[in-house]
Design a protein around this ligand. Structure first.
Ligand code: ADP
Length: 260
């Protein structure tokens, strides 16, 4: 899949966005257009600014320079296994519906037991108190709950950590078939290769490279250090380095004309 296949609904437009903490550039002069159906992997070492970039793009953090415009009706759902809380006194089904019998998924009303079968829960397991669930079932329940929220943007933080193979395959299907936009922070190269349409690669000095394709492809194709044009002098400091023009941005602009 590539950006060219996009339906064209615009979700986020960032233009010349910069952000620094205490004079330390975290994001520098970043421009992009994110469309509906884009699945973007955000990669880079810890502390390189992935979370900051997401918060800027979703309008949760004001850029110090540049602008971010978001679509009128962004409904953001977050997936973070470490921080996700379940109601330990309730059943799996009740954790998805807050006590009701139905969920609404992609605008369709569904019975929760049937819905949970998509997440490999038998009716018995769906009615079980969650204190009896295995680790794998818990992760599948978190996914069931996530995809039953009425969201059009998913933000996932290291979603493949500790997933068994069944749950991982389920996650890949869910993400690939999601109708909205997905932002995924991950170090899992195989997962990124399987699900993303593009990457934002944090360079560690505030530069963010946008790449259309998977992570393996990025690693194969990225320009070699010595071939990089006009390298900043070592002593000139990060601030003096020329911002790189955002590749593809003009193309994208032509392709994408309407807003989500
Ligand atoms: P990542 O998500 O890639 O781990 P973050 O966006 O969380 O990176 O953080 C980028 C850098 O900004 C880190 O060096 C972090 O210590 C710093 N940082 C994050 N939040 C704050 C804050 N509220 N105040 C000062 N520095 C911060």
């Amino acid at each position: 899949a590539s950006r060219a296949e996009k339906t064209g609904k615009r979700v986020v437009e960032a233009e010349g966005v910069s952000f620094a903490y205490d004079g330390q550039p975290i994001v520098r002069d970043f421009s992009t257009i994110i469309g509906r159906g884009d699945r973007i992997g955000i990669v880079g070492p810890n502390g390189s600014g992935k979370t900051t970039l997401i918060r800027l793009l979703l309008g949760e953090l004001e850029p110090q320079q540049g602008t971010v415009e978001t679509g009128a009706n962004l409904q953001v759902a977050y997936f973070d296994q470490q921080r996700a809380l379940l109601d330990e006194g309730a059943t799996a089904a009740d954790n998805v519906t807050d006590g009701g019998e139905h969920v609404t998924v992609n605008g369709n009303r569904r019975h929760v037991i049937g819905y949970l079968q998509d997440f490999l829960f038998t009716p018995d397991r769906a009615r079980a108190p969650i204190t009896r669930l295995s680790g794998g079932e818990r992760n599948r329940l978190l996914l069931a709950r996530l995809f039953a929220t009425d969201s059009n943007v998913l933000v996932m933080d290291e979603p493949t950590n500790d997933l068994d193979i069944e749950t991982l395959e389920l996650l890949e299907d869910l993400v690939a078939n999601y109708e909205g936009t997905v932002l995924i922070v991950s170090h899992d190269r195989a997962f990124l290769d399987n699900v993303v349409t593009s990457l934002f690669v944090m360079q560690g000095d505030g530069r963010v490279d946008e790449f259309i394709g998977g992570y393996s492809e990025y690693l194969e194709r990225r320009p070699k250090e010595e071939a990089a044009p006009a390298k900043a002098k070592k002593d000139s400091g990060a601030k003096a380095a020329k911002p790189q023009p955002a590749p593809e941005s003009t193309e994208d602009r032509k392709r994408l004309s309407n807003w989500e």
